[in-house]
Ligand binder design. Structure first.
Ligand SMILES: [Zn+2]
Length: 291
């Protein structure tokens, strides 16, 4: 670039800062100057990969670069163009927003039944996510809608099993109860005391009256369908959406009873209260204690 002859024109940087210094012209006749700009190598941190001094700016954070210069009227014109572009973009966004809103209303109408059920289960993370997505995108895909329906069916099934679950006894009480295991999960975790890991068991149980119990302990576990008379101390009661649970600690098996067959574990579809049921993995997740 060749230096321009001295000129009276006031030049500005792109951000509107008045420019002082040598002015150059590129082959197309556009004015350029030199200015300190944020270092492109380290993003203005002065450090390379967070540690060593940046090689490009020598830790100065800025670097001298050739930058385009603008006259006052040119800057004004650019600003006007920018505003115009922004207006056009926001107008387009508004049109799109209105389109989505219209689609959302129609989609909700078409699927009113499932939306009604979903609203009642907003506490479920997946259900809530689907409701939010539907609103953002105006609709859900068929696969998402199927997954939502499946999830709601599962919720209903759990609700049926525990429809009549009540808190049992009081914290501190030692109780003996006949239970059926509705599901269990095991995982390794760090020991509470001492070093190393231990296997932890989450066991979900239901008694003859449909009351839900659970235990989380390395010392007791049953698997789905197993029945037993157990002794345990009530630690606390909590409430899952729609039903009460009793947490047992220091659980011991008093007597092992004959296990239920898989057929006996099935939930009767319409029965308000089930003596037998089936438990799957997602249900286990739903039954697990809140994190
Ligand atoms: Zn740098």
């Amino acid at each position: 670039m060749d230096p321009l002859p001295d000129s009276e024109t006031g030049y500005y940087l792109e951000d509107g800062t008045p420019y002082k210094g040598g002015v150059f012209e590129d082959p197309k006749g556009k004015p350029f100057g030199e200015a300190d700009v944020e270092c492109w190598k380290c993003g203005g941190s002065g450090r390379w990969r967070g540690r060593r001094q940046c090689f490009a700016c020598k830790g100065e954070k800025t670097i001298e670069e050739q930058v385009r210069l603008y006259t006052g009227p040119q800057l004004e014109k650019r600003e006007k163009q920018r505003l115009k572009r922004r207006e056009a973009a926001s107008a387009a966004a508004k049109v799109k927003e209105a389109e989505i809103a219209t689609r959302y209303v129609a989609f909700r109408d078409e699927n009113a039944h499932i939306f009604e059920r979903a609203e009642a289960h907003r506490a479920d993370k997946f259900v809530a996510e689907m409701l939010v997505k539907a609103e953002i995108w105006g609709s859900l895909t068929c696969a998402q809608l199927d997954a939502l329906a499946e999830c709601l069916d599962r919720r209903d099934r759990i609700a049926r099993i525990y429809a009549e679950s009540k808190p049992v006894a009081s914290p501190g009480d030692r109780i003996e109860v006949e239970v059926t295991c509705t599901g269990s999960a095991k995982w390794l975790q760090k020991k509470f005391r001492g070093r190393g890991r231990e296997e932890m068991c989450l066991t979900d149980l239901v008694d003859g009256e449909g009351n839900a119990f659970y235990a989380i302990t390395p010392n007791f576990g049953m698997s789905e369908g197993q029945r037993a008379v157990v002794k345990g101390t009530v630690k606390t009661h909590d409430e899952r959406p729609g039903w009460h649970r009793t947490q047992l600690i220091r659980v011991a098996v008093v007597e092992v009873l004959p296990a239920l067959s898989p057929e006996e574990m099935r939930v009767p579809e319409a029965a308000p209260r089930a003596a037998a049921f089936v438990v799957d993995e997602d249900m286990l997740e739903a039954l697990a204690p809140a994190a």
